[in-house]
Design a protein around this ligand. Structure first.
Ligand SMILES: Cc1ncc(COP(=O)(O)O)c(C=O)c1O
Length: 463
């Protein structure tokens, strides 16, 4: 495809080709990405338009298998709950379920989404700070694994269990300081203050509730595996105490999510490949700590708790790419080149904290230059990348942005733009549309106009 070059007033640009970066690499002027799993991106863009999200089924399944292998080879009972909030595209969820994951949901919306996909309640882990009564009633009826967040939820659940005349087995969410991550103390019951033990006592006193699990989620993009070892030790200590003091039998320890994906945090000095632990690294740290805390238990022949993981971003991030197109170029008053793309923060919430890998689709024979990438929103904050070395990009030139599989397709917003299509490249190399692009019709179908407001200019066009 030949592209017409856009005219730009002449400017003097320092020629940086050949100057090494901090790792000794030359600027990546020849770096490009033309295909995903052997499928030409340019062809997909032609067929489905731009912007376009592309999911790789192969990568997703490989990630799921690597996670399972890392943990199941070290601990006898492991379960993974797919964190719906990370990416609840139906095709993505069902790949995870086909790979053996349960659903991990945090709201009525997500619970209903999992049920609509055919996940039975008995395979849903229900977390989150707000579970409305109607959905708690359904979750109790359907045997979901509920981890409670606060006392009011405990009381509501007790009432529901009593109404349904059945004892409900539950878990509680804990929070505590690991010394490595900031404690997410707004979720669950705090161990250090005694709130968690008080909750256990309250559960113990209820004929309708039975404590069988402990849950916590220590943060997200946690790069230090030692944080998880501390988490496992603290949860293990708490397990021993509630079993000893209240005669509970803890069946599972749910350590939440938080493993880092192969993305680069803004401000990070080293690239993701050098700093992000592998699933094996995480598994080694967690399982060693678990073995330590359960040694006595094992010696006494007591059953070991099931280890539940709710890994989200590390599973899906690198399985999805966003294709975007240049819609304009300009020179900022300070001399920097600014390039405007058809995808911005409306689609790429994670651009707030990641420096994504961004590449053209083809080799572009020009010097690279520091460039600011803006999105299409009429808002100053819509910066996809504050500074990146890129070759000259004419209008119509396409770029890939990755990894973008985590949190973008759930936190994207329909703000002044339509949300685009999501396609999936299947294991067989076929292309499937897994989410249709939004249209004006779809959006207007949700609105209702009162009779008196049917026409913008009922009395005829104003002067
Ligand atoms: C309770 C819970 N589980 C799992 C996750 C998934 O976390 P991540 O995507 O960091 O693995 C989250 C994310 O916030 C969470 O709050």
């Amino acid at each position: 495809m030949t592209q017409q070059k856009t005219w730009e007033p002449p400017a003097l640009v320092p020629h940086r080709a050949g100057i090494m970066n901090k790792f000794g690499d030359a600027p990546p002027q020849s770096s490009y990405q033309s295909d995903i799993d052997g499928v030409e991106i340019a062809q997909l863009r032609e067929q489905y338009g731009s912007p376009l999200f592309i999911v790789s089924e192969k990568t997703l399944r490989e990630n799921a298998r690597r996670l399972r292998q890392a943990f199941a080879s070290r601990w006898p009972k492991v379960r993974h709950g797919w964190s719906y909030k990370t990416n609840y595209n139906n095709a993505v969820c069902n790949i995870m379920h086909q790979e053996g994951s349960w659903a991990e949901v945090v709201s009525d919306f997500e619970y209903l989404k999992a049920r609509a996909l055919g996940v039975p309640g008995s395979h849903i882990i229900f977390n989150g700070p707000w579970k409305p009564n109607y959905i708690l009633e359904q979750a109790v009826r359907e045997g979901a694994l509920i981890n409670i967040d606060h006392l009011d939820e405990l009381f509501a659940l007790e009432q529901i269990a009593s109404n349904q005349r059945k004892q409900v087995s539950i878990g509680i969410r804990l929070n505590f300081a690991t010394g490595y991550t900031e404690a997410w103390s707004r979720f669950g019951f705090n161990i250090e203050s005694g709130a968690a033990m008080n909750a256990v006592q309250r559960i113990h006193s209820s004929p309708w509730l039975k404590l069988i699990g402990l849950h916590s989620h220590i943060g997200t993009f946690v790069l230090d595996t030692r944080a998880y070892a501390v988490q496992a030790r603290i949860m293990g200590g708490f397990m021993d105490k509630v079993e000893r003091d209240y005669g509970c039998e803890i069946e599972y320890l749910d350590i939440g999510g938080g493993f880092a994906s192969r993305n680069s945090l803004q401000g990070a000095y080293l690239p993701a490949d050098l700093v992000v632990p592998t699933f094996d690294d995480y598994a080694e740290a967690i399982v060693n700590a678990l073995k330590e805390i359960t040694a006595k238990r094992s010696a006494e022949g007591k059953p070991l708790p099931t280890l539940i993981l709710e890994t989200g971003r590390a599973m899906v991030d690198d399985a999805e790419t966003l294709v975007t197109t240049v819609v304009g170029n300009k020179r900022l008053p300070d001399g920097r080149r600014a390039t405007i793309l058809d995808a911005g923060l409306n689609l790429l919430f994670t651009a707030f904290w990641y420096n994504h890998e961004i590449k053209p689709l083809r080799h572009i024979d020009s010097i690279t230059e520091e460039t600011v990438l803006y999105g299409p929103l009429c808002m100053n904050i819509d910066v996809v990348r504050a500074s990146i070395m890129l070759p000259a990009l004419s209008v119509g030139e396409a770029l890939t942005i990755r990894p973008v599989g985590a949190y973008n397709n759930t936190q994207w917003m329909q703000f002044i733009q339509f949300r685009p299509a999501v396609v999936m490249i299947t294991q067989e190399g076929e292309v499937e549309l897994v989410r249709a692009p939004e249209t004006m019709q779809m959006l207007n179908d949700m609105e209702r106009l009162p009779e008196t407001l049917r026409h913008p200019f009922p009395a005829g066009l104003p002067e």
